[in-house]
Design a protein around this ligand. Structure first.
Ligand SMILES: O=C(O)CCC(=O)C(=O)O
Ligand SMILES: [Fe+2]
Length: 276
């Protein structure tokens, strides 16, 4: 079943905007073994080269090639993905009880229903009403050193469950520069598919139950870090569950901002700086 679905043919099942011959033609054009000097083969420099919107072909090809299993990371880079904590079954159950289908996506300024993105069940959990959501937020706060738990308003935690076929098209999480960082917990393993590809940096995060991925969406001068452009690959077999904790810029009081272009915020390890 997997074999017959595998590689390029599963693009057809997913009814992407690509005809498969067209896809093969452009994916050959960007094949790094044939054209090693193509900017697409150089990880982060891609972002500078193509900018936020890039060419549609480039972004589509890289998104789908990463979802097909193409890897741009070294073994060492892959081993650095850190694991954080255990699964919260209660948040999954909460999503079953309160979740809704994701219905719309935006394309060229128009909203339209994408049948596959509808295979995502999602909900919002208020940490002030839901202990598991509070625990998840506190954990993320301790690990990242950022301010996440807000006393006065409900900083809602998003939880998503993906059925086979369900995916999330590539996007930035910045939300008009409000979301300085993102902390995503995986609540399940996925039998096949469901990775989180960072298209410009070539990092493809494989969901593991109890692990998390964290990144800053913005540089210290408030400009979007293009290397964080990401999506969620289609689940092929199994289910994918994750919580997504967007971290508001406004809530931070200790972040060092400056006007130097493209300076990254330091990623703390367990809330601690490696410089101090
Ligand atoms: O499901 C994923 O892997 C990514 C989800 C995501 O990026 C989002 O919901 O903003
Ligand atoms: Fe996202």
């Amino acid at each position: 079943m997997i074999e017959t679905l595998g590689k390029i043919s599963y693009l057809d099942c997913l009814r992407t905007p690509f005809e498969s011959e067209h896809y093969m033609e452009i994916s050959a054009k960007y094949d790094c073994t044939v054209y090693p000097h193509n900017p697409i083969c150089h990880g982060y420099t891609d972002a500078k080269f193509f900018g936020q919107t890039g060419t549609t072909d480039y972004l589509q090809v890289k998104f789908w090639s990463m979802c097909k299993g193409k890897t741009f990371q070294t073994e060492q880079e892959k081993s650095k993905l850190f694991c954080c904590d255990r699964l919260m079954n209660s948040l999954i159950n909460f999503t079953y009880e309160t979740g809704r289908r994701e219905v719309f996506m935006k394309h060229d300024g128009e909203l339209y229903a994408d049948p596959l993105q509808r295979q995502v069940l999602y909900t919002w959990a208020d940490p002030h009403e839901n202990k598991a959501a509070m625990y998840t937020s506190e954990l993320a706060e301790r690990i990242t050193g950022l301010k996440i738990v807000n006393k006065t308003m409900g900083p809602l935690l998003r939880i998503s469950g993906y059925a086979p076929g369900g995916y999330r098209a590539h996007h930035h999480d910045t939300m008009h520069n409000l979301h300085v960082a993102t902390f995503m917990f995986y609540f399940s393993e996925v039998d096949k598919g469901g990775e989180t590809p960072f298209i410009n940096s070539g990092v493809n995060v494989v969901p593991r139950k109890g692990s998390a991925v964290f990144w800053y969406n913005l540089f210290t001068d408030g400009i979007t870090d293009q290397s964080t452009f990401h999506g969620g690959c289609p689940v092929i077999m199994g289910e994918k569950w994750a919580s997504i904790r967007w971290i508001m810029y406004d809530w931070q009081d200790q972040l060092q901002c400056d006007l130097k272009p493209e300076t990254r915020f330091e990623i703390l390890v367990n809330g601690k700086s490696k410089y101090k």
